[in-house]
Design a protein around this ligand. Sequence first.
Ligand SMILES: Cc1cc2nc3c(=O)[nH]c(=O)nc-3n(C[C@H](O)[C@H](O)[C@H](O)COP(=O)(O)OP(=O)(O)OC[C@H]3O[C@@H](n4cnc5c(N)ncnc54)[C@H](O)[C@@H]3O)c2cc1C
Length: 466
Amino acid sequence: MRHYKTAIIGGGPGGYVTGLRLKRYNIETVVFEKERLGGVCLNWGCIPTKALVKVAELYNEIKESESYGLAIHDFHIDYSRVFERKNGIVEKLVSGIEQLYEKQQIPVIKKEVVSVEKRNDLYILTTEDQEQFSAEYIILATGSKPKELRFMPFDYQKILSSTDILKIDSLPKSLAVIGGGVIGCEFASIFNSFGVDVTIIEFLPQLVPAEDDEISKRLAVSLKKSGIKVLTKTAVEGFESNPNGLILKLSNGKELEVEKALVSVGREAVTGLEFKGCELKMDRGAIVIDDEMKTNLENVWAIGDNTAKLMLAHTASKQGLMVADQLNVLINNEQDHSFALDYTNIPRCTFTHPEIGSVGLTETQAIDIYGEVGIGKFPFSASGKAMAIGDTFGFVKTIADKKTGKLVGMHIIGPNATEMIAQGAILIGRDSTVKDVERIVFAHPTLGESVMESIEDIEGLSVHKL
Ligand SMILES: Cc1cc2nc3c(=O)[nH]c(=O)nc-3n(C[C@H](O)[C@H](O)[C@H](O)COP(=O)(O)OP(=O)(O)OC[C@H]3O[C@@H](n4cnc5c(N)ncnc54)[C@H](O)[C@@H]3O)c2cc1C
């Protein structure tokens, strides 16, 4: 039986990043990955979708080219090439990670771990083919999978998960997106840009319901303006399949005929391992962890989507890096610099058109916690840079605790929102106040100036706002 100091189960952005960092700390590690390194993020999530988002953006800009003084008349989308480009990017990135592992001689065992057994101070991992490995420390990084609708299981042809839709190499004529969260809205935005007739069906009153109210409303306005039909407070209650596609039965009594449906009603943690001689504590399908990502089992940590904290790639990676630091303290006797991860201050990005970037508390949450809050807002329509790049939709909204001036939330909808939110993450993460920001100079002309003006607006000092 091969023995390793540390075993990581799952090679997504949680697991593979942790493995690389452990190597930097000279801690012997093995990664078990049943598919390919990179997990959902590189293979079926962040990267392939953003490859499509880029083409959608470019296509939208070409459609608007007249307004820039460009005469581009003959253009069309060749989706099979868009599809190939996406696959090429994924392949390059994933094989890049595989090479990193090979070069650094970190073993990757391409098998599914089916059980974890506690034997004295060791854990015995058994893979699908009954091979066994032992390790002293275990990191569970098994990720998540798309939720299915009980009455409408994925058929991989017409009823699709987010993974299935990334496998189709031609565009459907029409698409129902069931579930208007981040993933649903991103796909709706992409396929609508490519000329697909898209309808979003969302059970709740708002799209991207975790976002600040104003942002959710603005997104709905913009998606509708771009031609997407948005049905909120509506559920899909049944369906019929026919040779042309699907007829969805809606809770409003109507029917919707579409060629394909994307079911994006959330994701559930993957935790299918059998535990022997010990019991892993779970809560509502997710692994329970403490502030240090420790599970209830000694020397077993869990990171990423399987903890259902904030299902984002950078959450998984950060949790993993923090576990690597703990192992560096435990194994190499390095100094302990540990801290608790503040999930509220992890930036959240939605790559729709327009983009959304947010960090910290929404206005409602901030009022709940702080009582009185200061709100500052700056519209991109007043930004010189936004005008120059021809994208003035949206705004930056910043929220501060009225008493102390501490910044507690930032919400951006509009151009480059997903890049700009890093500014909010740094300011809020460093406990900056409105006064602290006065010491910072923002370059001109940049969209970042809108961040500055929204913070100045908390005290009514934004000079370019009407
Ligand atoms: C369409 C889509 C778009 C997304 N876009 C973004 C985005 O733009 N930004 C962002 O931050 N997040 C995005 N996400 C979310 C992001 O992909 C996940 O949060 C992230 O991949 C979670 O990382 P993870 O390491 O926890 O798990 P995963 O990426 O799910 O990786 C887990 C890995 O473990 C392996 N595994 C599971 N069980 C076993 C086992 N028993 N034995 C061996 N291997 C096993 C799996 O094969 C998988 O490779 C998106 C997700 C989707 C679906």
